[in-house]
Design a protein around this ligand. Structure first.
Ligand code: UDX
Length: 462
């Protein structure tokens, strides 16, 4: 019989942590926790990724992460390895940060990586441990994993499971990890929450709200937060459709409704809509989950949210077509932006690249530029030309599309750029440019959800 003291992990003054899965979420979490003073072991099955991280460089672009990695490197507290054995031997608390992409054959989340990581780790756990899930999963997954953990771990029920969803945004990942809006922890035993409270003490000391709940609620919090954010974006993009049909201006509309603190202006940026590795697949996974639970009607509106979002891409294409006089074939079109959002090199479900492919399919000669995402784009794109310098990318263009709102593009000089293009025509797909200045420089300007900009009428879209 195990002694009562060995039954579960108690708050350890300075526990050793492991972070399993070193992608956007895990690499930042591991580095940030080491910065807070913990000894951290980052684990990933991808040897190239581990090698790069061990050398002190992030395998992706995330502002501030390289600096943080290098700062922490000097302390000797952060180690990266492909060995689960090392993590199981040394760490008291293990954070599961592996990806849950959309399944190829359905809308549901693919839990293969979560299941594999948990199984591998569990079999190695010989002393009381807390495993903390951070990946976005359908509700019910944590309960299943908790049972599997206790079944597979040599230490049995002393291997505990908690759920601690992550809300970080790419581009702000370091800041969101070190100073999050809130920390949410789902547990089946209050003692597990105490272990985590102890781990997060340096973050909680800054006044971060601490929410302890059950496993099911913690998993749902993450899905609900992403569904709400996606809904907010699609709401304003639905208003953009109404603005386009009625001659109104969605930017002025968003400003006006955003003054109401119950509504708020954040996440009401109308334009090309949402993409990335989270919102699109998470709302689809959430719908699949509701379906499984027999309450599909509850999330029926997310189908609309998804459809509105994808219609923005079709609208941008239609506007591009109208701007060049109805036929894109043979026209040189420059796309400013390849990343799904600025300050990231992530091109997963990038609205900008999606539109670039659609233009290429209509026969346009498409040139895409981006300050950080071209290396990633090069790996998957073959139908468009990738050009690093935005001014070179605009040379002889019949049309310029602004599809990812990098600061660099707001700094472009419309007067200088006019001398480079064949026809000065620009569509602002993110409503982020000073279009009055572009119009004043002699450009024909258009935007999504804004019928006239700088006094220039929008082209008719059929
Ligand atoms: C999102 C959530 O914000 C984060 O909490 C969660 O942990 C992961 O998913 P992220 O995917 O990094 O984060 O990006 P986010 O800033 O949410 O933007 C998502 C997409 O929505 C981007 O394509 C962005 O361009 C678009 N967006 C965002 C809009 O179109 N309008 C807006 O007002 C805001």
């Amino acid at each position: 019989m195990r002694s009562p003291a060995a039954r579960t992990l108690t708050p350890v003054t300075r526990p050793v942590l492991s972070v399993i899965g070193c992608g956007y979420l895990g690499a930042v979490h591991a580095t940030a926790m080491a910065d807070l003073g913990y000894e951290v072991i980052g684990v990933d099955v991808d040897e190239a990724k581990i090698k790069q991280l061990a050398e002190g460089t992030a395998p992706f672009y995330e502002p501030g992460l390289d600096e943080l990695l290098q700062r922490v490197e000097g302390t000797g507290r952060l180690q990266f390895t492909t060995s689960f054995e090392t993590a199981a031997e040394r760490a008291d608390v293990h954070f599961l940060c592996v990806g849950t992409p959309q399944r190829a054959d359905s809308n549901a989340a693919d839990l293969t990586y979560v299941d594999a990581a948990l199984d591998t780790l569990a079999r190695l756990l010989t002393r009381p441990t807390l495993v903390v899930g951070k990946s976005t999963v359908p509700v019910g997954t944590a309960e299943r994993l908790a049972a599997r953990l206790a079944e597979l771990a040599p230490v049995g029920a002393a291997a505990r499971l908690a759920w601690n969803p992550e809300f970080l945004r790419e581009g702000f990942a370091v800041q969101d990890t070190l100073a999050p809006d809130r920390l949410v922890v789902g547990v089946s035993d209050p003692q597990d929450a105490e272990v985590l409270r102890n781990v997060y003490e340096p973050v909680l000391a800054k006044g971060t709200p601490w929410i302890v709940t059950d496993l099911a609620t913690a998993q749902l919090v993450k899905s609900a937060a992403n569904a709400f954010l996606a809904t907010k974006i699609s709401f304003i993009n639905a208003m953009a459709e109404l603005c386009e049909a009625s001659g109104a201006d969605v930017v002025a509309l968003a400003d006006a409704i955003g003054h109401d603190p119950r509504i708020g202006r954040r996440f009401l940026q109308a334009g090309l809509g949402f993409g990335g590795g989270c919102l699109p697949k998470d709302i689809r996974g959430f719908m699949a989950c509701a379906d499984e639970l027999g309450v599909q009607e509850a999330l029926g509106f997310l189908r609309e949210v998804d459809d509105i979002n994808l219609r923005r891409r079709a609208r941008a294409l239609a506007q591009a077509r109208a701007l060049v006089g109805g036929d894109l074939a043979g026209k040189v079109v420059t796309v400013l932006g390849a990343a799904f959002k600025p300050d990231s090199d992530d091109i997963r479900d990038s609205p900008a690249l999606d539109v670039a492919h659609m233009l290429a399919r209509e026969g346009a000669v498409v040139r895409v530029t981006d300050p950080k995402a071209l290396d990633n784009a090069r790996r998957v794109v073959s139908d468009v030309e990738l050009v690093a310098d935005p001014v070179q990318a605009c040379r002889d263009a019949d049309l310029v599309l602004h599809l990812t709102e990098w600061r660099d593009y707001r700094a472009l000089d419309p007067v200088a750029l006019k001398a480079v293009v064949r026809r000065p025509r620009i569509l602002d797909g993110r409503n982020a440019l000073e279009l009055a200045a572009w119009a004043a420089a002699g450009w024909e300007v258009a935007a999504l959800g804004r019928p006239t900009v700088g006094g220039t009428p929008q082209p008719t879209v059929s």
